[in-house]
Design a protein around this ligand. Structure first.
Ligand code: HEM
Length: 505
């Protein structure tokens, strides 16, 4: 036995030495390549980024960027190790999104980062493929009659699912997560509207949605790729199927299953006479992978954004009861008694007359934009209006989150939640969109903006008219997890008290 051990020992030592030195060699090679790729920089900002020392003072990367952007005289900063120029300067934003739009596509690096999740969907492509999808989607989302159709879908979801759900738990000491409710609600709506299918996520029994979880995870892990100091890191992990990349692969597999199921169901139900978005695309496209990519982009566009917007709005409302009573007053003047829950919900036209509500939502989105930042890649060398030079291939990011918190844009009370800022003589007055790029602006602005606002307004009215929402932790400021859209970490638990029993219709 002992002699056997003695004979094994030298070969074990050799194996250990080979493994150890190969590891050191590989590691040194990696550092060398990273340096070559400019993934190393000793400036203060890059060091804080690389060592994560910013986390000592800031909870969220966007808060740190906001701090740096506020300090910068031009409102523009550089994270050299990420090859990223970040701006909160409205003139630069206009330059990138409109004046020199052709020079700032999404670009290949992003197509790679988000490619596994979004494929060739509208969010992830440029050129002809983008033009084609934008044209098709504009037809679907652009007209007033379609918006009325969206309004009907939202109202039916509210009447048949949301109100009965809230009614059933009202007065009970049972907490639900508001963010989760909103995600389920907007998931049902976007599926009904875009694909003519009803996943029934907001059923009273509230089944755990594996798909929704997979979606969140895939979006979170995909966006984390963009934060790596070199794409080599995530590409290597992907090739070896390790850690976050392994989890991302599994999550995307689940998302694929959902998307293919939707396409299959749509095909079985027939699509030639339907006018939902998926049917429109299916008339011209046979490729199921391409259809899957389109489906995923629209799920992402319509679900998380609306849910994130509503979640922060209800948190702000819990801090500002005066805003809630101003909305109730407006409701009363537009549709009659705001507390009479037998009254039907406001009509599409009545909603348009609710200027204060519109202002309250825009103001909430200013402070908590669902998409906190968005990046493009420069095709050619350029100079931004604030004289920042941009080298070909640089990632250029505009940051609506920071912009909403800049004194030089919104004045000394920029951090105050103040819907009145958007009103003149009681009427809503839109702001310069490059100062407020919450829905992006310029040639690639959000196609679902009107639909999203209709959805959010209907939801707010339906809830505050019939229920009192009591957050379990009203004093806890929401903390956002990084992702393609902002998610409140830990959700927003609440209790509900109703003003009467509502039954499913
Ligand atoms: C509060 C809710 C919403 C916000 C804040 C929002 C914001 C945005 C932003 C910032 C973009 C640009 C993203 C990028 O290029 O990377 C965008 C694009 C887009 N949004 Fe929205 N969105 C919302 C809701 C919706 C809804 C409900 C839809 C409906 C389907 C929608 C459809 C789209 C589409 C199709 C694009 C792509 C436009 C293009 O690339 O040409 N959005 N949105």
């Amino acid at each position: 036995m002992v002699s056997a051990l003695y004979s094994w020992f030298p070969s074990m030592c050799t194996a250990f030495c080979i493994t150890f030195f190969s590891f050191i060699l590989l590691f040194s090679l990696l550092i060398f390549v990273l340096r070559l790729k400019k993934a190393w920089c000793s400036c203060e900002i890059c060091q804080a980024y690389l060592t994560s020392s910013w986390t000592k003072d800031f909870d969220n990367l966007c808060d740190w960027f906001t701090h740096l952007l506020k300090k910068s005289a031009t409102g523009t900063i550089h994270i050299h190790v990420l090859g990223n120029t970040i701006t909160a300067n409205p003139k630069n934003v206009e330059h990138i999104l409109r004046t020199r739009f052709e020079n700032y596509p999404k670009g290949k690096p992003f197509a790679a980062i988000l490619g596994d999740l979004l494929g060739k969907g509208i969010f992830n492509v440029d050129g002809d493929s983008w033009k084609f999808q934008r044209k098709m989607a504009s037809l679907e989302l652009g007209s007033t009659s379609i918006r009325r159709h969206a309004f009907d879908i939202v109202n039916s979801e509210i009447q048949s699912r949301l109100l009965p759900l809230f009614s059933s738990i009202s007065g009970e000491q049972r907490a639900l997560d508001l963010q989760d409710v909103f995600q389920r609600f907007s998931f049902d709506n976007i599926c009904k509207f875009s694909f003519g299918l009803d996943p029934g996520c907001l059923e009273l029994s509230l089944p755990v949605s594996e798909f929704a979880e997979a979606f969140d995870l895939a979006s979170k892990l995909s966006s984390q790729r963009a934060l790596a100091s070199s794409p080599l890191i995530w590409k290597l992990k992907k090739a070896l199927n390790l850690g976050t990349e392994k989890r991302l692969k599994q999550a995307i597999k689940m998302v694929d299953t959902l998307a293919h199921e939707m396409i299959k169901q749509r095909r079985e139900k027939g699509f030639s006479e339907r006018n939902d978005l998926l049917s429109r695309f299916m008339e011209t496209i046979n490729d199921d992978k391409y259809l899957r990519d389109i489906v995923v982009s629209f799920l992402l566009a319509g679900r998380d954004t609306v849910a994130a917007g509503l979640t922060s709005f209800f948190w702000l409302l819990s801090q500002h009861p005066e805003v809630e009573s101003a909305i109730r007053d407006e409701l009363e003047s537009v549709v009659g008694s705001s507390d009479d829950h037998h009254q039907p919900l406001p009509s599409f036209d009545q909603l348009r007359d609710m200027h204060y509500l519109h202002a309250a939502l825009c103001e909430s989105l200013r402070l908590f934009p669902p998409i906190q930042f968005d990046s493009k890649f420069a095709l050619e060398d350029d100079i931004l209006p604030d004289c920042t030079s941009v080298r070909k291939g640089t990632r250029v990011t505009y940051n609506p989150y920071a912009m909403g918190r800049m004194e030089r844009i919104w004045g000394p009370d920029c951090l105050r939640y103040k819907p009145e800022r958007w009103l003149e003589n009681g009427r809503y007055v839109p702001e310069n969109l490059f100062k407020y790029p919450v829905f992006q602006a310029g040639k690639r602005d959000c196609l679902g903006k009107e639909m999203a606002l209709v959805e959010m307004k209907s939801m707010v009215i339906a809830i505050i008219r019939r229920f009192n929402i009591r957050l379990l932790y009203p004093n806890k400021t929401p903390r956002f997890t990084p992702g393609l859209t902002a998610n409140v970490r830990g959700g927003l638990p609440f209790l509900v008290q109703g003003k009467g029993k509502i039954h499913a219709q």
